[in-house]
Ligand binder design. Structure first.
Ligand code: FHN
Length: 705
């Protein structure tokens, strides 16, 4: 599993010169036998897309905000169960180690007699979704479309209908954009490498270059046989055989075939919304955080969070862990308030139907959007960060000024909705759901505009208050109160920074609210005991921001233990299983145990569905506060002694989480737990403190008995 929130590339990096690659070779039926390893020649055309052209190409998608993801294929037949295992999904062939001959028997069983493309598209449309991304081929290699390049497709099943054709026609009839998910990784094609680690199928004669030609040929089919396609949603790009040298030409091929098609960042090796793009630029138009929502707005490149409705992408008959419609509506709003799109997944049954629990939730989302869609579609990220009461999106209305959509999740008890640090003149306010647009009173209270609301929230899930203001938003966020640590041993220096120029900051350390007569911040504030620091921005004696508050706590050092008799390195326990959160490893039997130099995966037997538990001692050179940071994909936790210092658990992209702990100089027991489900994987454990600049914990500092 994958994806995190930092951007390593600005939009400009994306505007690569488009290289036009030679078309794929046609190939006979069965698995393609295109020219073995044909070089992928590319010509570099003179054209390069300008930022305006890029923005125009993505405009419909960014305004759409909300799409349906569909994971469907042979895996819907076992529906998550294999032997005694019941927690499988679309990865069942891998997670249940099903030999290819056994898995291929599903081809003769695939007969979704209840499939109705019009009905599927109607559910999406009534949910307020504007585009559909469906798995034309997932990692198992089975194609839901009629491909001339393989017999491993829907035309070899009893169903014998081109599902992608029926769906694209229905989308066109009902005004939704048809988009393809297509997996680069292919566990079936004889030329795809690597083979699954557990399977005995020989790789003899496999030619990855020939597979790439097959892949390009199928992409050509998908972009020439089904009309106008909105997005190519590539996936399964993470294995080492796939490289930028293949990714960029594949991106270029898509643009050559349909110049207006949009392509996600998984066509190549970079990660726009997941923090791993870095060196040089990679192909791809937008980032794809998965199963998570970035904590803050991301404005420099387009992005889309994809998410399951329960815990599986492919249909799992027993998975009833459905997100509520309230959660889903608020996720859509949260994502839109940060400038992103929401791609919400449905896993249809083998009979070709959406599970009723999906339809119910999608109908609730559609009902909310039918009333409040103006606050989502064609809006942009709000001018201030997530608020305790809810979120904000915005548009620039025809008559000038700015229209703020205040999404109130938590209705103020006193009916006063205060928007702190907002300096614009208010032009008016009303409830979006109120057809009469009865005006709501808006008053200025120091730095805040305060909207007088009805006593009770008309919509407990999210009531949208429209606030029209003059001009572009003039927002002063609260000052930033920071220090190297939030806990300290003997003394601590606290820094308070203004969010913008021409404001002064006044502060208190006795817990009272700062006023125009409170002391000015004129440098670091030194603390020698547990203290609550409050600060606020002022201008010409008037408060111009909401107050900020931070508590710094004095703590005692954790005594060190002896490293007597310890040897360099850690002890590890290696586990295999299918989890979406860290299991209690103490209740499981490790596949193997041993010693390793540090937190690495060298002892794993497979690339997915594995976990580690590392334990030992970490030695720190001096007394003081130490910050431990764990960056992982998927979940992880770090303990010092029995204290949980870093909790980075869950199914997520590469994501770093830090924690602090006061340590006496010497050795301290450390334990790190990690699990990987599917997709990218990574684990990095860092520390910093007195005498230690921020770094991966070196082997020299690790030992174990
Ligand atoms: O391995 C796939 C997974 O099955 C699913 O398709 C998700 C959807 O984004 N993508 C990969 C995991 O990151």
């Amino acid at each position: 599993m994958n994806r995190t929130m930092e951007y390593a590339q600005s939009l400009g990096l994306l505007l690569a010169v488009l290289a036009v690659a030679c078309g794929a070779a046609a190939a006979p039926a069965a698995e393609t036998q295109a020219v073995a390893g044909a070089p992928i020649a590319t010509q570099v055309p003179a054209t390069a897309e300008t930022p305006e052209q890029f923005a125009q190409r993505l405009r419909w998608w960014r305004e759409a905000r909300f799409g349906m993801f569909i994971h469907w294929g042979l895996y819907a037949i076992p529906a998550g169960q294999w032997g005694t295992g019941t927690d499988h999904g679309e990865w069942i062939r891998e997670t249940a180690h099903i030999p290819i001959e056994e898995y291929d028997r599903f081809v003769a069983q695939f007969n979704p007699v209840r499939f109705d493309a019009n009905a599927w598209v109607r559910v999406a449309q009534e949910a307020g979704m504007r585009y559909i991304v469906i798995t034309s081929k997932h990692h198992d290699g089975f194609c839901l479309f009629d491909s001339a390049l393989t017999d491993y497709d829907v035309m070899s099943t009893p169903f014998r209908r081109d599902i992608m054709k029926e769906l694209s026609d229905a989308c066109r009839r009902q005004g939704l954009r048809m988009c393809w998910y297509h997996s680069i990784m292919d566990w079936h094609h004889p030329d795809y490498l690597p083979r699954r680690s557990w399977e005995s199928r020989s790789a003899e004669g496999a030619d990855f270059g020939r597979y790439v030609q097959h892949l390009r040929g199928q992409v050509e089919e998908l972009l020439t046989k089904y009309g106008d396609i909105g997005v190519m949603w590539f996936d399964g790009q993470w294995e080492d055989t796939w490289t930028h040298e293949y990714g960029q030409p594949l991106y270029d091929l898509c643009r050559q075939l349909q110049p207006n098609v949009i392509i996600n960042d998984r066509v190549d090796k970079g990660h726009l919304a997941r923090g791993r793009a870095g060196k040089g630029h990679f192909a791809g138009d937008y980032g794809t955080p998965e199963q998570m929502i970035p904590s803050a707005a991301i404005l420099d490149v387009p992005w889309e969070t994809c998410m399951t409705l329960n815990r599986h992408w492919g249909y799992n008959r027993l998975d009833e862990d459905w997100k509520s419609s309230t959660e889903l509506i608020r996720m859509l709003v949260d994502i839109a308030s940060k400038g992103g799109n929401f791609l919400l997944n449905v896993g249809p049954t083998a009979e070709g139907e959406f599970p009723p629990a999906c339809v119910e939730r999608l109908q609730a989302m559609g009902a909310w959007l039918a009333v409040n869609g103006e606050s989502i579609y064609a809006t942009s990220a709000g001018p201030f960060p997530p608020q305790a009461w809810g979120r904000c999106t915005q548009t620039a209305p025809e008559g000038g000024g700015t229209r703020l959509y205040l999404h109130v999740f938590d209705w103020p008890m006193d009916g006063q909705l205060a928007i702190g640090g907002l300096f614009n003149e208010a032009r008016g306010a009303y409830l979006l759901a109120d057809a009469q647009r009865k005006p709501l009173a808006v008053a200025r209270a120091e730095d805040a505009l305060v909207v007088k609301l009805p006593a009770t929230a008309p919509d407990a899930v999210d009531t949208v208050v429209v606030l029209d203001i003059a001009g572009a938003p003039d927002v002063t966020e609260p000052p930033a109160i920071s220090a190297e640590h939030m806990v300290f041993v003997d003394k601590l220096e606290v820094t308070v920074r203004p969010p913008r120029e021409n404001t002064e900051i006044r502060y208190t350390i006795d817990g009272s609210a700062p006023t125009a007569s409170s002391p000015l911040v004129e440098g670091p504030i030194s603390l020698t005991k547990t203290t609550t620091v409050r600060a606020r921005c002022f201008r010409a004696g008037r408060p111009v921001s909401a107050p900020a508050v931070a508590v710094f706590t004095q703590v005692a050092l954790r005594p060190a233990s002896s490293a007597e008799g310890a040897q360099p390195g850690l002890k590890y326990e290696y586990y295999e299983g299918d989890w979406d959160r860290l299991p209690d490893f103490t209740r499981l039997t490790p596949v193997k145990t041993g010693r390793c130099p540090d937190f690495d995966f060298s002892q794993r037997n497979q690339a997915e569905h594995f976990g580690f538990r590392y334990s030992g001692l970490v030695t720190v050179p001096q007394d003081g506060m130490y910050r431990f940071t764990v960056a992982s994909d998927d979940g992880s936790r770090l303990y010092i002694g029995d204290t949980l210092v870093v909790d980075n658990d869950g199914l997520h992209s590469l994501q770093a989480t830090a924690g602090e702990v006061p340590l006496a100089a010497g050795a301290h027991t450390i334990r790190v737990e990690f699990f990987e489900r599917t997709g990218d994987d990574a684990l990095e454990v860092r520390y910093a403190g007195p005498g230690v600049k921020d770094q991966r914990i070196p082997t020299a500092a690790l030992s174990s008995r």
